[in-house]
Design a protein around this ligand. Structure first.
Ligand SMILES: [Mn+2]
Length: 370
């Protein structure tokens, strides 16, 4: 398949900025937020490209997008995997957080930071605060970095809208097809295809989308539907990826608990992974978990919830399972010959139990164990 028009320029930019990391006097990193969702990733790539175009070949600063998660995590964002591919961007050329030492660049006085899709650094990155020179964001203004040379913070539906606006304002009435596709798909996903009922889209999002549509020739609904579908398409992920895609872990008393939201029916999971119990065991051991819970949720066609409880300690497992079975979760055991005793599978009738609601229930139980 031929690449979208113009995207080779973006790939060349990514390649040369990576290559110049070691030698450039100043490194201006364009960094999205720590959740590294599609908006953060697309906005950082396109805004770094915009900065580099503006700066031209003169100057001793290299502009580089930095994806704020390890490379290993990119595949978990299945909608991003789809859209970057559709736009023609070579993922191998992107720079991920485990591939650059921002602290070392800062120590050498070479680091400048542009924050996109956030305007407050994550707590583990607060030591970089002195390096922030630009902000492009759509979250609530935290009132920080007021001396930044660019400080665009507007409550639009997507940071990509503000990045697209900057690119379009630079005399480009049209963007190259690949770049426009990346920005357009991101805005559509963030605004639920500009749906007024979702209350995400602003007039500016609408206006930018209209302009981007001219550059891509895309079918708006078709692109949105594909992205929405790919967001829930976990077929490329194995059990460990499925578990860590949307995962929280905490300690109650002496008990280490992990809960994952898994977007797959248990029946499909058992087919996909015929050694599910040993995969759960491996995941739990690596994180020193006493209990690992998977909350399976899917719409096929009705919204359905199921629960997997993995607990190798027989005594703890007995207490936990009788507590959960007696709760208002509405659990009905499911049988599967391929899982061992440590793994309990349930259909869950009470659909109101999201992780937010299950967590305090579990906390209460383990808290009372003493
Ligand atoms: Mn965003």
């Amino acid at each position: 398949m031929a690449l979208p028009a113009g995207i080779s320029k973006v790939n060349q930019f990514l390649s040369s900025s990576r290559a110049a990391l070691g030698s450039a006097k100043n490194v201006q990193c364009v960094m999205g937020n720590e959740a590294a969702d599609l908006d953060s990733m697309a906005s950082s790539v396109m805004y770094a490209y915009f900065n580099a175009q503006n700066a031209g070949t003169a100057g001793d600063t290299v502009f580089v997008p930095v994806i704020n998660v390890p490379r290993e995590d990119f595949k978990l964002r299945t909608e991003a995997v789809y859209l970057f591919k559709e736009a023609g961007i070579d993922i191998g050329l992107l720079l991920f957080m485990d591939e650059v030492d921002l602290g070392a660049l800062k120590a050498k006085g070479r680091l400048m930071l542009t924050l996109v899709d956030h305007n407050k650094l994550a707590s583990f990155q607060e030591q970089l605060a002195g390096c922030v020179v630009e902000i492009i964001d759509h979250h609530k203004d935290e009132g920080l970095f007021t001396g930044a040379s660019t400080r665009i913070i507007e409550p639009v539906g997507s940071a990509a809208t503000l990045v697209a606006e900057a690119l379009l304002a630079k005399g480009n009435q049209r963007l190259e097809q690949g770049s426009a596709t990346l920005l357009l798909g991101t805005i559509l996903l963030d605004t639920v295809n500009l749906d007024p009922e979702a209350k995400r889209a602003t007039p500016k999002d609408q206006q930018v989308v209209e302009q981007l549509l001219k550059s891509t020739g895309a079918d708006r609904k078709g692109l949105f539907d594909m992205l929405q579908k790919e967001k829930f398409n976990v077929s490329a992920l194995d059990t460990s990826d499925l578990l860590r895609k949307d995962y929280k872990e905490w300690k109650v008393g002496k008990i280490q608990v992990g809960i994952s939201s898994v977007l797959l029916p248990i029946a499909d999971w058992l087919v996909k992974d015929t050694k599910l119990s040993s995969s759960l065991d491996k995941y739990a051991k690596a994180r020193k978990l006493d209990v690992l819970i998977a909350m399976n949720a899917y719409t096929e066609p009705q919204f359905t919830r199921e629960l997997v409880v993995f607990c190798p300690d027989a005594s703890l497992r007995g207490k936990l399972l009788s507590f959960l079975s007696g709760s208002d979760l509405g659990l009905a055991p499911m049988a599967a010959s391929t899982v061992d005793k440590a793994t309990a599978l349930f259909a869950q009738a009470n659909q109101s139990y999201s992780r937010k609601k299950l967590q305090p229930l579990i906390d209460g139980f383990f808290g009372n164990l003493g």
